[in-house]
Design a protein around this ligand. Structure first.
Ligand code: GLN
Length: 306
């Protein structure tokens, strides 16, 4: 397995120059596009890694898996009255469907859906408490107290997040945002700005590969049924309008972020995190997806392979 990871890393390392690094904020634009890491954490505690696996990067939308898990823990399935469970077929920051669908976003992984999820987590708290709760939850999942939020990224998101502000205001006009828009966006921008390494991210996702329980710490995070459902949403909605293509090529539940990270669940076996900042047209890591495609092909791990 380690030889396989080394080989895939070696082959694709030469292609990290492909794609465009996210440049909507300067903090992401200045990330070195040649960074590349692959971390596979197996449910039995072994791991296989290659490249820049200990360097924290901006996890961006990958954080939406963790906030969804937290929000479901708070209000359970009543969340689904406010957020859908269908792939959107539109870009991650699209507003168009919200008009026809009366402020109910298609799924929790597009920006609009994640903003509703942030609104749920904010209930009964000040933004800093909600942000603290999300960060503590992610540290608990990864069993790592060193994980933090990059304040410069959070600040620039806040300064330039006009589209996200539009989404939040628009949904508020339909009554689907219950708190002040600035507060909700404060929570959203800060969880997008969580910085994690591939190794930390793969560990944080292990509960999804192991029926809801972190096999390394033994802590139950969610029920088996909930883990299965979160994985289903990652498979169908985790890559925005590239979700169908990701399922076709990789065939595993995955969630991408514009920082170039992708978190993948291999049910019953492993959690994988890859990082390569060059993005494709849908805002998903180009070389990261290629690495996952190669891993799925060579291991037969796709959920559709068996
Ligand atoms: N912070 C980014 C945004 O809100 C997250 C988007 C992403 O990773 N796709 O635009």
């Amino acid at each position: 397995m380690q030889a396989l990871v080394d080989r895939i890393y070696g082959t694709l390392k030469a292609r990290t120059g492909e794609g465009r690094v996210a440049d909507y904020i300067p903090q992401l634009a200045k990330v070195d596009r040649d960074k590349f890491g692959i971390a596979i954490e197996m449910v039995d505690g072994t791991s296989f890694v290659a490249g820049d696996v200990d360097e924290p990067f901006s996890i961006q939308s990958v954080s939406k898996v963790f906030t969804l898990t937290l929000a479901l823990g708070k209000i359970g399935d009543s969340l689904w009255a406010r957020v859908g469970r269908e792939p959107s077929g539109t870009p991650f920051n699209s507003i168009v469907q919200l008009e026809h669908e009366r402020g109910i976003p298609r799924n929790p992984f597009i920006n609009a859906g994640a903003i509703v999820v942030a609104d749920v987590i904010l209930a009964g708290h000040e933004p800093r408490e909600a942000i603290g709760e999300i960060l503590r939850f992610v540290r608990f999942l990864a069993d790592d107290e060193t994980i933090s939020i990059d304040p410069a990224v959070a600040r620039s998101e806040t300064e330039t997040g006009f589209r996200n502000a539009a989404l939040a205001n628009y949904m508020r006009s339909f009554g689907n945002i219950h708190h002040a828009v600035e507060k909700v966006l404060g929570v959203y921008f800060h969880h997008c700005a969580i910085a994690m390494s591939c190794r930390q991210l793969a560990r944080a996702g292990l509960f999804l590969a192991n029926g809801g329980r972190n096999p390394l710490t033994g802590f139950g995070v969610v029920s088996r049924e909930r883990a299965r459902r979160i994985n289903a949403l990652m498979l169908t909605c985790g890559h925005y309008d590239g979700s169908g293509d990701f399922a076709f090529r990789v065939g595993l539940p995955g969630k991408s972020g514009v920082g170039g990270g992708i978190l993948v669940t291999v049910p019953g076996r492993a959690s994988i995190a890859v990082w390569s900042p060059g993005l494709d047209a849908n805002g998903n890591s180009r070389v990261g997806s290629l690495a996952l495609e190669a891993i799925a092909q060579e291991t037969g791990w796709s959920v559709f392979s068996r």
